[in-house]
Write a new protein. Structure first.
Length: 237
């Protein structure tokens, strides 16, 4: 598989959805491999080593969550969950199992393509972020531990900086409430979501021109937070 035609594994038990995705993805330069069951998906992932997986959760033989968990035992391939399920607890579960993104059906092809582009860009760059992260007027120098907005240095507390550092490391992806609380305050505070909300508001007041309408640090309701990546700032949120 050449870099010009990254291969996407589409896992969905509905033939019409697979056809729609195949036509849309192939028209934008992707090669498409299909699987209708969990077992077929895992076999294809091992044999073909695709650059990205689009995964439905409602599969006939096993839950898509099981496929995601099995993949994450040996692979860091980007996985975008594409499902009719919109419950917050299921989104949280998907992200905590290692999903890179979650798109609810019905969906627009333009939105899905933008999210695929972001996931593939992150894969090329690797999990380690660039030494200096820039999105819009926000600049985070991870080596020098400096934060600037419009060129002016912004002073953050150690925990505020740690929170921003985690979000920069996962820019473009949703980081769940529990992941942030556990990483910053420890397992005993994994359920202190209200405290995290207050903390996020304070961080936004330092980084955003209009904290009530954040441009960079976005809320994924009931799930967590996402720092926009540069390409997401230019395209759909």
């Amino acid at each position: 598989m050449t870099a010009a035609r990254p291969q996407v594994l589409v896992v969905d038990d509905e033939p019409q959805i697979r056809k729609f995705l195949r036509l849309g993805l192939e028209s934008h330069g992707y090669a498409v491999l299909e699987a209708a069951t969990a077992d077929a998906a895992l076999r294809a992932a091992v044999a073909a080593q695709p650059e990205l997986v689009v995964l439905d959760l409602g599969l006939p033989d096993r839950e898509g969550f099981e496929v995601l968990g099995a993949l994450r035992e040996w692979s860091r391939v980007p996985v975008i969950v594409l499902s009719v399920r919109s419950r917050e607890d299921e989104k949280v579960r998907a992200f905590e199992l290692g999903a890179d993104d979650y798109v609810v059906k019905p969906f627009g092809m333009a939105e899905l393509l933008a999210r695929i582009k972001t996931a593939l860009r992150r894969r090329v760059e690797g999990e380690a972020p660039m030494p200096v992260f820039r999105v819009g007027a926000l600049e985070v120098d991870l080596v020098r531990r400096l934060v600037r907005v419009d060129g002016a240095e912004v002073r953050l507390s150690p925990k505020q900086y740690r929170l921003l550092q985690i979000l920069v490391t996962h820019a473009g992806k949703v980081v769940t409430h529990r992941q942030l609380l556990n990483d910053i305050w420890g397992a005993a505070h994994r359920d202190d979501v209200q405290y995290l909300r207050v903390f996020i508001r304070k961080l936004r007041s330092r980084l955003e021109a209009d904290p009530a309408r954040p441009r960079y640090l976005l809320t994924e309701l009931g799930v967590g937070y996402r720092l926009r990546s540069p390409d997401q700032l230019a395209g759909p949120p």
